[in-house]
Ligand binder design. Structure first.
Ligand SMILES: *Cc1c(COP(=O)(O)O)cnc(C)c1O
Length: 381
C-alpha cells in the first residue's frame, strides 16, 4: 500500500516533473510572476538587461559574447541561430545522434540552407575522424552544428573535441546546448564556437517561453542580412535591443522576470559547478536506485550526462508502461516516454528543482509501483 512520502518539493501540490523541460521550478520563481509590467516599463527593461548581461558569465564569455534573446521555445532559438549564422550561400555539417540533431537538419532544409549530415546511433557519439574527412573533402562546408547533451537519449556529446577539430579546419561551430546549459561546463575561453543556443526552462530552471543565443560579437556582426525570416533575425533583434533596450515584438515579460529570479537562484547555488553537482547527485541516486530494482540504463556511465537518463523497458510481461506511468503520476511524479529508435525505453529527468530526497523518494515509489503491478524485475529484466 502507498507508503512512500509525497514529493517534498511539491509545495504547490503539483506533481514533480522528472522530465527534460518544462520542469519543476521553485516557488520563488513562480511567485515573481504575479505582477503586470508594461514592455516599456523601466523596471522590466532593467530586469531584462540584467538577464542578458548575466548569461554570458555562464560560459565565461563576458565581453566577447552577447545574449540575443528570442521569444518562443528553445527550437525558436535554434532556428534563429542556424538561419542567422549560416548564410544563404553557406553549408552546414549537422552532427546527428538523436531527434534534436535531426530537427536542426529539418530547419536548414526548410530554410533552403545546404547541409550534410554525419549520423551515429543514438547511444554513440560522433566519429571525429569521419568529421575530419568530411570537412577536408568538402570545402563548401562553412559551419558545423552539434548538440551538447542530446536529450533524446541523455548522451553527452564531446563538443570540446568537436570544437577543437572544427577550429583547426577553419570552420565555424554552432551549438545546441539546450538541456546542458548551466549544468555541463562550456567555457568559451577554451572552446571555440560562434554561438550557443539554450532556453529559459531547462537547467536555469525558469518557466518556458524564452530562447536565447549567446553569440560571439565579431561573428554576430557578420550575420547582417543572412536571416530569411523577420522574426528570427538575430542580428536585427540584437540591434533593436542594444539601441533601445526593447524587443522588436511583445516580449514574454512574465517569463523574463521569472528567468531573472531563476538566474539569481542559479548563481546563488554556485553556478555551473553547484547546479551540475546537484544534478549529478540526482542522477547517481536515480541510476543506483533503479539499478537495484533491476532497470538497466541505455548508456554506459562515461557517456551519460546528468540531465536525463534512458532506461530499457523491462521485458517482464507484467510491466505495462502506461500503467507504470499513471501509477507514478497518481503518486506525484511525471516521467517521460522514450523517443529512441535503437531500443524500447523510457526516460527520467534529473533536472529542475529536484533534490536528493526527491530522487530517493521517487525510487522508493517506483519499487512500490512495481510491487503493485506484480513485476519481478530483478529476475526478469
Ligand atoms: C529541449 C531541447 C530543445 C528545444 O525544445 P523546445 O521544445 O523547442 O523547447 C532543443 N534541443 C535540445 C537538445 C533540447 O533538449
Amino acid at each position: 500500500m502507498p507508503s512512500a512520502p509525497r514529493p517534498a518539493a511539491s509545495v504547490t501540490g503539483d506533481p514533480l516533473l522528472l522530465t527534460p523541460g518544462p520542469l519543476t521550478t521553485s516557488k520563488s520563481v513562480k511567485e515573481v510572476m504575479v505582477h503586470d509590467w508594461g514592455s516599456r516599463d523601466a523596471t522590466f527593461i532593467a530586469i531584462n538587461k540584467a538577464v542578458l548581461d548575466g548569461l554570458p558569465r555562464i560560459i565565461h564569455g563576458e565581453g566577447e559574447f552577447v545574449t540575443v534573446p528570442m521569444q518562443g521555445s528553445g527550437t525558436f532559438a535554434v532556428e534563429a541561430m542556424l538561419t542567422s549564422f549560416v548564410p544563404k550561400g553557406g553549408k552546414a555539417l549537422v552532427l546527428v545522434n538523436g531527434a534534436y540533431g535531426l530537427r536542426a537538419k529539418k530547419i536548414l532544409d526548410v530554410a533552403g540552407r545546404a547541409n550534410v549530415v554525419h549520423e551515429t546511433a543514438e547511444d554513440t557519439p560522433p566519429d571525429l575522424a569521419e568529421i575530419e574527412q568530411i570537412l577536408t573533402k568538402d570545402s563548401a562546408i562553412t559551419h558545423v552544428f552539434a548538440v551538447h547533451c542530446e536529450t533524446t537519449s541523455g548522451i553527452r556529446n564531446p563538443v570540446e573535441a568537436v570544437a577543437a577539430l572544427v577550429a583547426r579546419l577553419g570552420r565555424r561551430l554552432l551549438i545546441d546546448a539546450m538541456s546542458a546549459f548551466g549544468a555541463l561546463p562550456l567555457d568559451a575561453r577554451e572552446v571555440a564556437f560562434d554561438a550557443v543556443a539554450a532556453s529559459s526552462n531547462k537547467c536555469i530552471q525558469g518557466v518556458p517561453g524564452l530562447g536565447f543565443v549567446l553569440a560571439r560579437k565579431a561573428a554576430l556582426e557578420e550575420t547582417k542580412g543572412n536571416a530569411t525570416t523577420l522574426t528570427l533575425d538575430l542580428y536585427d533583434q540584437h540591434q533593436a535591443i542594444s539601441k533601445t533596450g526593447q524587443y522588436r515584438f511583445t516580449p514574454p515579460i512574465h517569463v523574463i522576470v521569472a528567468f531573472h529570479q531563476a538566474l539569481q537562484e542559479f548563481f546563488a547555488e554556485g553556478g555551473v559547478a553547484g547546479r551540475g553537482e546537484r544534478y549529478a547527485e540526482n542522477a547517481r541516486i536515480l541510476i543506483d536506485g533503479m539499478g537495484r530494482l533491476g532497470f538497466r540504463t541505455l548508456l554506459p556511465a562515461a557517456r551519460q550526462a546528468p540531465i536525463i537518463v534512458t532506461f530499457h523497458m523491462p521485458k517482464d510481461e507484467a510491466f505495462v508502461f502506461q500503467r507504470f506511468y499513471d501509477a507514478l503520476k497518481d503518486r506525484g511524479y511525471v516521467i517521460y516516454p522514450g523517443k529512441l529508435t535503437v531500443a524500447d525505453s523510457f526516460r527520467i529527468g534529473c533536472i529542475g528543482d529536484l533534490h536528493a530526497n526527491d530522487m530517493s523518494a521517487f525510487v522508493a515509489t517506483v519499487a512500490e509501483v512495481l510491487d503493485e503491478m506484480g513485476v519481478g524485475l530483478k529476475s526478469a529484466a
